[in-house]
Design a protein around this ligand. Structure first.
Ligand SMILES: Cc1cc2nc3c(=O)[nH]c(=O)nc-3n(C[C@H](O)[C@H](O)[C@H](O)COP(=O)(O)OP(=O)(O)OC[C@H]3O[C@@H](n4cnc5c(N)ncnc54)[C@H](O)[C@@H]3O)c2cc1C
Length: 613
């Protein structure tokens, strides 16, 4: 029988692909791009007009990750951030949206379905177990149904939209401490979560600006009306309190994340009602900042308030392994590490903004080692044979989620998912089969793609190890030690060369060369991108004072690179602004010379890694 071409009178478009990613937040974006670069066909279904989820212009949260300047995330997320710094020195959201969009739109293996909300799923039971056959989404702009049949599916929707409809196990809320022996756990399990937020963005002008609040906004006459937390030390509760609702525009920490509600409601079903309440609070807070008390805000104008609440927590899958607070505290030393975290366990009170009524702080912070490893097994489960998940819905407890949820960490998880899914397609494996038979290959591929895995070192191609180099023994060792970032003691871990200097590989006879790979120093401390500490920390800013100064490409990155094979130029770029440069080659040569002709300002060239395969 022919497939129907319409449903309820609206056209159905059919897609056949290798991997269907649902959700285009940073985890889904990185999953799709990683898979496409590994050569498989991908459909990315995203229900919003822009990509990036909570990092997009619709929500405007800053991308954060592991603590510690030597622990910055690399891989696709740093490629995005480096592109943003290069193209968007003013750090505006519309340009950032474009940077994320073009990263996906430029991949020929990705079919991007924007404004397309996944709202259906068909499954089957066969010899390979319970599987998803297809998902269906409604595209708002074209009044069209899209049905995507795929070999593998990735739920990166944050809300685990595919969990209840595919038969995968999931849970929402906080575990009892006794379930996994977690100290942060509660006496009894409950359905409470961290809440959602509508953020505020404002900018300083050169003249006084009035704000007339809407009648429906709440009124906060004084700080005490919303800022009444008792110091945690006085309550006997373990953990330290997070910053206490800073709201003076222009200060480093003011980003209004604490306008948060809904943790004590159903974080999916009640979203619309919670949003209405959040708007009353957000406009009321801005009225407080402008009109009630001196907040140094006379010249500040409200640029934007988010009407789409950003969600912190809803459903989490129960996967092959459930990562807990204890795993984090033990440093996450997993044989199947495919990503890392390092944000503290940042457990928000479910009452959110209203926690002030019980004088509780909005969030408790429990230290986490940084970096800690995150295992591959949190990305798939035993119930649905062809389903992966990445982002804030991975298989972790509530306590562990309070750390793993930050977006740079979610991005690494997405990149791991996409790489694993491509291996599944190529090798005809299942997600669990990759764990059983090919985990080191997955780790090698991730490290080749620039990802850092704590406790692991990248393997250097044999061809490079066998070559004579135009470097001394110590430098050769640094170049080939498989480490591509500073260590925690910040000891020198790169080869220093003069600007204009280079490295020659002599293979002794003609060899077939397929790729040159170089890792430059991205200036993990970001000192050279901006004199202002606050500009260095974030990909974006919520508050823009008149003292804002544009950021710059890290001075340590190399701008002009020349590559010669047997004396013939085979590659040249004079706009390189990424720390990872992979140059595809398709040639035979006995000698290959890489010359570092200019930097973005530094007086030396720093190379963490340079090899040929
Ligand atoms: C207010 C707030 C403050 C935060 N502070 C920070 C911070 O400072 N730094 C930081 O790094 N992290 C922060 N976080 C956490 C972080 O933003 C999230 O944990 C992270 O965005 C999760 O990434 P994700 O890709 O899993 O989900 P999301 O970013 O939520 O992306 C999921 C995407 O899937 C789409 N989607 C959902 N359902 C469907 C469907 N049915 N069909 C198609 N698409 C769908 C959504 O539109 C969304 O774009 C904060 C979160 C909030 C809410």
């Amino acid at each position: 029988m022919d497939e129907p071409t319409a449903r309820n009178g609206f056209e159905i478009i059919e897609h056949e692909t290798d991997l269907c990613v649902v959700g285009g937040g940073l985890s889904g974006l990185c999953a799709a791009v990683a898979a496409a670069r590994e050569g498989i066909r991908v459909v990315l279904m995203q229900d919003r007009p822009v990509l990036g989820g909570n990092a997009s212009s619709e929500i405007r949260m800053w991308v954060r990750g592991a603590k510690g300047r030597e622990n910055r995330e690399t891989g696709i997320i740093s490629e995005l951030e480096e592109e943003n710094i290069y193209r968007n020195p003013e750090l505006t959201y519309p340009v950032w949206d474009g940077v994320m969009w073009e990263k996906v739109a430029g991949e020929k293996n990705i079919t991007l379905l924007l404004n397309c909300s996944c709202c259906g799923c068909s499954t089957t039971d066969g010899p390979d177990g319970h599987r998803i056959v297809s998902v269906t989404g409604w595209q708002l702009t074209t009044y069209t149904w899209h049905t995507v049949r795929a070999k593998f599916f990735a739920d990166c929707s944050g809300d685990s939209v595919l969990a209840p409809v595919s038969g995968a196990r999931w849970r929402a809320g906080r575990e009892a401490g006794s379930e996994y022996g977690e100290a942060i756990g509660h006496a009894q399990a409950d359905r409470k979560t961290m809440g959602m937020s509508c953020l505020i963005q404002a900018r300083e002008t050169d003249r006084p600006v009035k704000f007339i609040p809407p009648e429906w906004a709440y009124v906060y006459e004084s700080d005490d009306d919303f800022n009444r937390a008792v110091a945690v030390a006085d309550t006997g509760v373990p953990g330290t309190t997070s910053l206490n609702r800073p709201h003076r525009p222009g200060t480093d920490d003011t980003n209004y994340w604490w306008i948060e509600l809904g943790g004590d409601r159903d974080s999916i079903r009640d979203t619309e009602e919670v949003r209405d309440e959040l708007l009353r609070v957000a406009y009321g807070i801005w009225d407080h900042v402008k009109n009630r008390g001196d907040h140094g805000a006379d010249n500040w104008e409200l640029e934007w308030i988010g009407f789409l609440p950003g969600k912190r927590e809803s459903r989490r899958y129960i996967g092959q392994y459930v990562m807990t607070e204890n795993d984090i505290e033990a440093g996450g030393r997993f044989d199947d590490t495919v990503a890392f975290g390092g944000w503290p366990m940042d457990d928000h009170d479910p009452a959110g903004f209203r926690s002030f009524e019980s004088e509780a702080p909005p969030s408790l912070l429990y230290p986490a080692p940084s970096p800690y490893g995150i295992p591959y097994r949190v990305l798939y489960g035993p119930d649905v044979a062809n389903l992966f998940f990445a982002g804030r819905n991975v298989s972790v407890t509530h306590a562990a989620l309070s750390s793993t949820r930050v977006m740079a960490t979610c991005s690494l998880l997405g990149q791991a998912l996409g790489t694993a899914a491509a291996m599944c397609v190529r090798e005809n494996e299942t997600p669990h089969g990759i764990y059983l038979h090919r985990i080191r290959e997955l780790q090698d591929r991730l490290m080749d793609a620039g990802c850092f895995l704590p406790g692991f070192r990248r393997r250097i191609p044999q061809l490079s190890l066998g070559a004579s180099l135009s470097l001394g023994r110590d430098d050769r060792e640094l170049l080939f030690n498989g480490a591509e970032r500073p260590d925690s003691a910040w000891t020198k871990n790169f080869v220093s060369l003069p600007v204009g200097g280079g490295i020659t590989f002599d293979f002794g006879r003609p060899e077939r060369l397929t790729e040159l790979r170089i890792v430059f120093d991205p200036d993990f401390s970001r000192k050279s991108i901006s004199p202002h500490k606050k500009m260095r920390l974030f990909a974006q800013r919520a508050m823009r004072g008149l003292d804002f100064c544009p950021v710059k490409v890290a001075a340590t990155l190399v701008r002009t690179v020349d590559v010669e094979a047997d004396g013939r130029t085979v590659f040249r770029t004079d706009s390189c602004h990424n720390s990872l440069l992979r140059v595809p080659l398709d040639l035979s040569a006995s000698r290959l010379t890489v010359r570092f002709v200019s930097t973005w300002g530094a007086g030396e060239v720093r190379v963490f890694s340079c090899d040929v395969r």
